[in-house]
Write a protein that binds this ligand. Sequence first.
Ligand code: GDP
Ligand code: MG
Length: 147
Amino acid sequence: MKKRVMIIGAIQAGKSSLVKALFNDEQPARKTQALEYRDWLIDTPGEYSENPMYYRTLMATSLEAGAILMVQDATRERNYFPPGFSTGFPQPCIGVITKIDHSTADVSRAERFLRQSLGDAPVFATSSFTREGIAELIEHLKNMEIV
Ligand SMILES: Nc1nc2c(ncn2[C@@H]2O[C@H](COP(=O)(O)OP(=O)(O)O)[C@@H](O)[C@H]2O)c(=O)[nH]1
Ligand SMILES: [Mg+2]
């Protein structure tokens, strides 16, 4: 069976738009109400990352995943993941910074936040609108034999 990737991150961080960019899909993202399985991807509601009450659900769902994408919105002024969050997952975690096209994006701040929760794992800076960084992320997932 192919390994799946689970995408986690705050409400409105750009997770579902990233999923659409990865699949080259044109329609805008709807609000994610529940776990959404799509081929090799598992999209999660932002509440699951923002509210520790759901961490157990994330951990249980991660058993179906070969890797975790931890999403940080470049326009956000805070980190929604607790420090060292990636160490709770046995799988490799990959950082994805979203919305780097935005006028208020601060990519180095976003990377700093991700590093607090992700250590020195790979981090990709992306825009689902301009598709900057998307090919590099897909290439990385290919090298991990996920895509
Ligand atoms: N400027 C910009 N806005 C984005 C980008 N990706 C998502 N957004 C916007 O951010 C909001 C939340 O996106 P969504 O994908 O639903 O986030 P989710 O809640 O993490 O699934 C929407 O209004 C999107 O249009 C991006 O790459 N650039
Ligand atoms: Mg969503």
